[in-house]
Ligand binder design. Structure first.
Ligand SMILES: Cc1cc2nc3c(=O)[nH]c(=O)nc-3n(C[C@H](O)[C@H](O)[C@H](O)COP(=O)(O)OP(=O)(O)OC[C@H]3O[C@@H](n4cnc5c(N)ncnc54)[C@H](O)[C@@H]3O)c2cc1C
Ligand SMILES: *[C@@H]1O[C@H](CO)[C@@H](O)[C@H](O)[C@H]1NC(C)=O
Ligand SMILES: *[C@@H]1O[C@H](CO)[C@@H](O)[C@H](O)[C@H]1NC(C)=O
Ligand SMILES: CC(=O)N[C@H]1CO[C@H](CO)[C@@H](O)[C@@H]1O
Length: 410
């Protein structure tokens, strides 16, 4: 029998792991709790190293380009007076060998899903099972039990089940919950041409340009970027929980936001900066209470290993969550590739040893970025002063000088 792998979670991390691990004679099953496997509408950016894995190594450049992938050319920060505070060019191809890319989340998710589950690519295709919620697992025997009572077993179990991971409790031998960060985020997408018609806004920011834009107020900020060849504009509006006009008893992590309450929260923003929020009226408005994890003592136990948000959920301030999940996946592929060539026996000890190598390879880097994302969420202006003091380029080198797991861990 071949090597059997169960991946819990069909998000970006789980699909990426399936792509990195698929090989002949490997049976991969992805268990996804939701009835349909899909992503929400928003722009997501991948750092050059992760985009290189996805577009180069996994060959998805043409597919993503067809769907309107864009190069993220610069990071621009404005204050509320519409004055540019800094502009950091991100054209990185020469320096890092790949570009920082922007995708519509649904497009990236679809492309990864196809690459993982379609028989047209090399290696045995992974099988994606929806409506399959994992309730518990046993890291030593390599079994998972679904909410339906069905029990499945494998040689390797990958917990890619996100911030509310069920596998995490099994790996750590007790529940570790994500902590509220004191920040919430509204998310919305609007047609770029409608925003471009608003001259007050358009004379400051061109919403079609491949660029990540931040507008920074005292404790509130907008993070914006285009998707699909500049036809749509995605906005994340960050606000401290205590300043939010929404019901603070809402305990769900993703709820629907109330447009009127959002406008009230951003009432201090000048007209031009309120425009993108105004235009979101009537369209889907998401509200996320942002949470992250403290660094975990370990990511693995026996046959089970955590990756992505399950292992190191982080704030979106560095736009690194998905990139780190993809780097985790690449590391699994690299280390388990060798495993099969040199270790024919799929014993518990042998699998645990490879999990240990993946963990050691990835832990410092992911943890540093996780902690830096938390630090970058601190207010970036002094009270009563609109000057922005932060340096998002500081960690760019760290973020982007990554040449795959094998190279990093030499
Ligand atoms: C506002 C915001 C903006 C962001 N912007 C960016 C960005 O620009 N760039 C970037 O890189 N990152 C960004 N991120 C972070 C990024 O979204 C996440 O890091 C990334 O999606 C994590 O992927 P994941 O697969 O680990 O987890 P998820 O995407 O959470 O996927 C987990 C999957 O597992 C399933 N699941 C959960 N529990 C179970 C179970 N028990 N059984 C079976 N299935 C289960 C879920 O249904 C889900 O499909 C942002 C995050 C936020 C909140
Ligand atoms: C985006 O532009 C490319 C050409 O640069 C084109 O091939 C593709 O069809 C476009 N896709 C969308 C969704 O607009
Ligand atoms: C990451 O960046 C380095 C340059 O710093 C580059 O050499 C390398 O190819 C990139 N990594 C990946 C995985 O492509
Ligand atoms: C390996 C690497 O590139 N390290 C750099 C990470 O970022 C910090 C802060 O910019 C640099 O000091 C390191 O050299």
């Amino acid at each position: 029998m071949g090597f059997r792998i169960i991946i819990v979670g069909g998000g970006i991390a789980g699909l990426a792991a399936a792509i990195a691990l698929r090989q002949d004679n490997r049976e991969i099953i992805i268990l996804e709790q939701s009835p349909i496997s899909q992503e929400i509408g928003a722009t997501i950016s991948l750092q050059p190293n992760a985009s290189k894995i996805v577009e180069g190594q996994w060959g998805l450049a043409a597919t993503l380009k067809e769907r309107g992938a864009m190069v993220d050319e610069a990071f621009e920060v404005y204050n509320l007076d519409g004055e540019m505070q800094m502009r950091i060019p991100l054209v990185t191809k020469d320096k890092y060998g790949a570009e920082r890319m922007m995708y519509h989340r649904a497009d990236l998710h679809e492309a990864l899903k196809h690459r993982a589950t379609s028989p047209t690519f090399p290696g045995q295709a992974a099988v994606l099972r929806t409506s399959s919620r994992v309730a518990s697992c046993d890291c030593e025997t390599g079994t998972v039990e679904l909410a339906s009572g069905e029990v499945l077993s494998a040689d390797l179990i990958i917990g890619a089940d996100g911030i509310k991971s069920a596998v995490r409790g099994c790996v750590l031998g007790g529940e570790v919950n994500a902590r509220p960060t004191g920040l919430s985020a509204y998310r919305m997408m609007i047609p770029a041409d409608e925003l471009q018609q608003q001259s007050e806004f358009a004379k400051v920011i061109n919403p079609r340009k491949g660029c990540t834009t931040m507008v920074i107020g005292q404790d509130r900020r907008l993070i914006m970027g285009p998707a699909r060849n500049g036809t749509i504009y995605s906005i994340v509006a960050l606000v401290p929980d205590e300043s939010m006009n929404e019901d603070s008893r809402i305990t769900s992590w993703t709820t629907k936001g109330d447009h009127e309450k959002m406008m009230k929260t951003f009432a201090d923003f000048p007209d031009w900066a309120q425009k993108p929020l105004q235009l979101a009226k009537g369209s889907a408005l998401g509200l996320w209470q942002l949470r992250d994890l403290d660094p975990l003592p370990t990511w693995y136990r026996g046959r089970a290993i955590l990756i992505g948000d399950a292992a190191h959920a982080m704030l979106p301030t560095q736009g690194q969550g998905a990139s780190q999940a993809i780097e985790d996946a690449e590391a699994l592929g690299a280390f388990f590739h060798e495993f099969e060539r040199t270790t024919p026996v799929n014993s518990l000890g042998a699998v645990a040893q490879v999990n240990d190598a993946v963990f050691r390879c990835r832990y410092d880097r992911a943890t540093t970025i996780q902690l830096y994302s938390r630090q970058a969420a601190k207010p970036a202006t002094e009270p009563g002063n609109r000057k922005v003091n932060m340096n998002p380029a500081e960690f760019m080198d760290y973020n982007c000088s990554y040449n795959g797991a094998r190279d990093w861990c030499k």
